[in-house]
Design a protein around this ligand. Structure first.
Ligand code: FAD
Length: 389
């Protein structure tokens, strides 16, 4: 279970309202009850019960938590962030499930969908009865989605989609896929029921990271859809990028959860493990590691709270989210690696969560915009020059 001793050097809990702390406590309990007892086994098997887990998380309103209406909880950005942190303290894969469902698939439909699409999908998705995925990345187009090859062409009133998507979280288990495709009028989004003929999804195997998450490849072979499947308000690449900003915001918080859990584990381990006749926690070199990682964790938390308050004021800009994603994932990975060393050989065992967190954070560093892409976003903001291409 989550260690009782809080890691709150700077009394940062004082930055939160009673309501925010109550939501955090609920999510922490869910992770203790439904994730921690099983996650090492899911990870080793490379299989996670997505549907069961989604229904469990839906019971407390975690799916589409920050959206308003359609059965969604309408929570604040800070409350959503705290939920992401607690989920990722369990495993980045579990937080990914919630991010993809709520911030990518549901958000795309909520923001850009028709009334009919919203009432068809959102209440079921909020309840965990329908799973969504978000297909932007392709085998040959990752950081540069503007050059995507997937096409949607008109045939009478219908749309016909052809192409493929790669590295799509939850694609193999999804009921609806939000698919981005090139049309004669630019990039458009489609809510594709995965039962539609011509749509197939295959699981990606052999992952060494984010193993407690279902990842797939989507094949679109002349998938015929009615006109009503197009997300009517999504015009151009701005639409999927705005969804990514939502999900990246959750990652700013989430990565801190993996880091916190690693640090808690390292502190507990260092207190119990004796070498040279005393606890390794008493060695100055161990304390330097613990102090430096705790300091970075607290700094990342301050950044997350600041961005969350900006989001709740409706003032958060994409390049600010890039600052948070770049810093907090990079530092979380460094923290997890450093904590791993404190556990010695046990650090590489699935008996402890630390190596799992470190391996997961390699994915988190890459998806939702790689570190390099976020550096370029920030660089463009600072210089006015785009260095992407
Ligand atoms: P590439 O774009 O090929 O990049 C390779 C390297 O080149 C990186 O280091 C990158 O930073 C660097 N690079 C690229 N362009 C530049 C440049 N201009 N300047 C400097 N460096 C550059 N995608 C989805 O659409 N939906 C999902 O649900 C989803 N889930 C995922 C789950 C997992 C487990 C993983 C691993 C990925 C997932 N992704 C998903 C895909 C993810 O978003 C992409 O992997 C990511 O955008 C990077 O694309 P790429 O892997 O093709 O790398």
């Amino acid at each position: 279970t989550t260690p009782a001793r809080p890691l709150d050097l700077l009394d940062l809990d004082g930055l939160h309202s009673e309501e925010e702390l109550a939501i955090r406590a609920v999510v922490r309990q869910i992770v203790d009850d439904h994730v921690r007892p099983h996650v090492a086994e899911w990870y080793e098997r490379g299989a996670v019960p997505v549907r069961e887990l989604a229904r469990e998380l839906a019971k407390v309103g975690l799916l589409g938590m920050h959206l308003e209406g359609y059965g969604c909880a309408g929570a604040s950005a800070v409350a959503y962030g705290l939920a992401c942190l607690e989920l990722e303290a369990g495993d980045s894969g579990v937080r990914s499930l919630v991010s993809v469902q709520g911030s990518l698939a549901m958000y795309a439909i909520w923001k850009y969908g028709s009334e009919e699409q919203k009432s068809e999908w959102l209440p079921r998705m909020a309840a965990g009865d329908a799973i969504g995925c978000f297909g932007l990345t392709e085998p040959d187009h990752g950081s540069d989605p503007a050059s995507m090859a997937t096409r949607a062409r008109r045939d009478g009133d219908d749309w016909v989609l052809s192409g493929g998507k790669m590295w799509i979280t939850n694609a193999p288990v999804a009921d609806v896929a939000v698919v981005w495709a090139r049309t004669d009028d630019g990039i458009s989004g489609f809510a594709v029921p995965t039962q539609t003929p011509g749509f197939t999804a295959r699981e990606v195997h052999h992952k060494l990271s984010l193993r407690a998450s279902c990842t797939g490849q989507i094949f679109l072979d002349e998938v015929r859809l009615p006109a009503s499947a197009q997300l009517p308000l999504a015009r151009g690449l701005k639409a999927p990028l705005s969804c990514l900003t939502e999900a990246r915001y959750g990652i700013v918080w989430g990565a801190l959860g993996a880091a916190r859990d690693s640090l808690h584990t390292a502190i507990d381990y260092a207190g119990a493990r004796e070498q040279f006749g005393r606890p390794i926690a008493g060695f100055q070199l161990t304390q330097a590691k613990l102090a430096d990682t705790a300091v970075e964790l607290q700094k990342g938390y301050l950044l997350a709270v600041h961005l969350g308050r900006l989001a709740d004021a409706g003032k958060l800009r994409p390049e600010q989210v890039s600052v948070g994603k770049l810093n907090n994932v990079r530092e979380a990975l460094a923290i997890a690696r450093q904590c791993r060393t404190i556990l010695g050989a046990n650090g590489i065992s699935a008996e402890y969560p630390v190596m799992r967190h470190a391996a997961n954070l390699e994915t988190v560093l890459t998806y939702e915009g790689t570190s390099e892409i976020h550096q370029l976003v920030i660089g463009q903001h600072l210089t006015g020059l785009a260095a992407f291409a």
